[in-house]
Design a protein around this ligand. Structure first.
Ligand SMILES: [Zn+2]
Length: 530
């Protein structure tokens, strides 16, 4: 029978400690629900002792049932030289009222002596009494042995005593933390193996990525017998981040036969990673294994040719298995057959030598001559093809717009306004919106006008905006290419516009972005009705 691995997500604690990351109570809820839907076993939702926002969250959670995940509060062993009951952090942890608590304690003598400045014996007592306290309160206790691997290298006997202290008090789990992130996979394997041999309590692993090996280290710990893996879903965490669960889960489940999440949930992996990035307000690394936008993108001519003949030639798994998709990038090297493949997504009956194909190729050449490049803006390409093939229904017309640039206020506030007039089936709508710069104002104003007719546009917003000057030697007449990346929280799409005027180029890309979203929505509705 396949071995079950408990997955423990700490995006809301380790992830929240990453540079530039901050979660509101609402954001936390969104991530908890997404993790629960996916079938994650434990969700660590914060440290109620150190953060009042976390405590507030736990209060709201009370009474809200999760489908499969157990909510976990995180905190330290009691402070030195006091009774467990008198420690306010311990009280907050209890007050959080979660079924599971993760208690971290020191396993490295260096930390005991130089950081918390206490004796080795007192540290063992702190572990013992804290674990015992929460066991008496009826909690499932996860003991996180902080810096366990460094501790083992420094004084193996003492590192084991810290685990023994937790075991003696009835801990449910021993989690070995690779806190400084500098260990190697073979070390993690060997040390974990020793722990698994010594203790009958289930063992978990918690790795940081400072040496770029957090995923490899976690997997080696599982090979050594660990049955719980801690990490953050898209790898967010202090310094270089934590072990990335969106990589570990498919590695273990699809390649090694372990069970981490429910089988039918694996296809949600990519959309969940994008959603977590969205809520965290970061751009998901496009090169992330399994879930990145480029994870199954082929560009080199021979690669494209190979994948078309047999996808296994350049793909380690089927992208659909994790809910991602195969992409063929357009470039001079991959040529006509790549473009045909893309066009066939819209018009499957079209062949290499048909006259429509020629029409598209001619038009493409013209646009490329103007400075368009569709490699990074496939959605604009798709719209162009739909329009040429008569497979596009116009949703609106942008009749005109005016941008008013204002002098920035002393406080650096709003700097531009855009007035826009759109026509939808003969009905006119005029709106004005302010923005941080002309493009932002234009985007807001355009969507505000169109939301009246298409409320689904409320979900859409820009995530990236890139400008490239194409012929800088032409000085003021230089052309610019604007790339705009948009999202509705589920999908991400990129569109392009080219002009000698940056506002006009942006406007072309913005209009494409909205047209693309509306076209996709109609397609989805159509599919759902079939
Ligand atoms: Zn950590």
């Amino acid at each position: 029978m396949a071995k079950k691995i408990a997955i423990f997500d700490s995006t809301l604690r380790d992830g929240a400690q990453a540079e530039k990351i901050s979660y509101s109570v609402e954001d936390k809820w969104k991530i908890v629900r997404a993790m629960d839907e996916l079938g994650i076993s434990y969700i660590e939702a914060g440290n109620p002792g150190s953060n009042p926002k976390d405590l507030e969250f736990f209060h709201q959670v009370k009474g809200n049932e999760l489908k499969c995940a157990k909510l976990t509060a995180f905190g330290s062993t009691r402070r030195r030289g006091m009774q467990v009951e008198d420690d306010s952090n311990i009280q907050s942890l209890l007050f959080a009222n979660t079924p599971v608590v993760a208690i971290f304690g020191k396993s490295w003598d260096l930390h005991v002596k130089n950081v918390i400045n206490t004796s080795l014996e007192e540290n063992l007592k702190m572990i013992k009494e804290t674990v015992m306290f929460f066991k008496k309160e009826g909690k499932e206790v996860i003991f996180d042995a902080e810096h366990f691997f460094d501790g083992f290298k420094s004084d193996p006997e003492y590192a084991f005593e810290t685990l023994q202290a937790a075991v003696d008090s009835g801990t449910d789990w021993l989690v070995l933390c690779e806190t400084n992130g500098g260990a190697f996979p073979n070390e993690v394997y060997e040390i974990t193996k020793k722990v698994v041999r010594q203790f009958s309590t289930p063992v978990g692993i918690h790795c940081h990525n400072d040496g770029g090996m957090a995923v490899a280290n976690s997997i080696m710990a599982v090979k050594a017998g660990a049955t719980q893996v801690q990490g953050t879903f898209i790898g967010l965490g202090e310094r270089c981040g934590n072990a990335n669960l969106s990589t570990i889960i498919p590695n273990l489940q699809l390649k090694k036969g372990y069970v981490c999440i429910r089988k039918n949930q694996m296809i949600r992996l990519t959309s969940t990673a994008r959603y977590v990035a969205e809520v965290s307000n970061v751009a998901l690394n496009t090169r992330l294994p399994y879930v990145g936008k480029s994870a199954f993108a082929h560009k080199g001519g021979m690669h494209v040719d190979g994948v078309m003949k047999d996808p296994r030639s350049y793909e380690h798994i089927k992208p659909e298995e994790v809910g991602n998709e195969r992409r063929f990038l357009m470039s001079e090297v991959s040529g006509r057959s790549t473009i045909l493949k893309k066009i066939q997504k819209i018009s499957p009956e079209l062949q290499k030598n048909s006259k429509e194909m020629q029409l598209i190729m001619d038009h493409l050449k013209k646009l490329e001559h103007k400075g368009y490049q569709f490699e990074a803006a496939e959605c604009s390409f798709e719209l162009m093809v739909r329009k040429l093939l008569g497979k596009y229904k116009p949703f609106f017309q942008l009749e005109n717009f005016t941008i008013i640039d204002e002098q920035p206020m002393q406080n650096g506030g709003i700097s531009s306004s855009a007035i826009i007039k759109v026509n939808v089936d003969g009905k006119h709508e005029i709106t004005v919106a302010e923005g941080d710069g002309p493009v932002n104002a234009l985007d807001r104003s355009l969507r505000k006008a169109l939301e009246v007719f298409y409320p689904e546009l409320k979900e859409v917003h820009l995530t990236d905006f890139k400008v490239r000057v194409l012929n800088p030697e032409a000085a003021t007449a230089a052309k610019v290419r604007v790339l705009i990346e948009s999202t509705d929280g589920k999908d991400i799409w990129t569109t392009v516009g080219v002009s000698t005027d940056i506002i006009e180029a942006s406007c072309i890309a913005l209009v494409d972005s909205i047209e693309y979203k509306l076209t996709k929505n109609i397609e989805k509705k159509f599919k759902a009705s079939m």
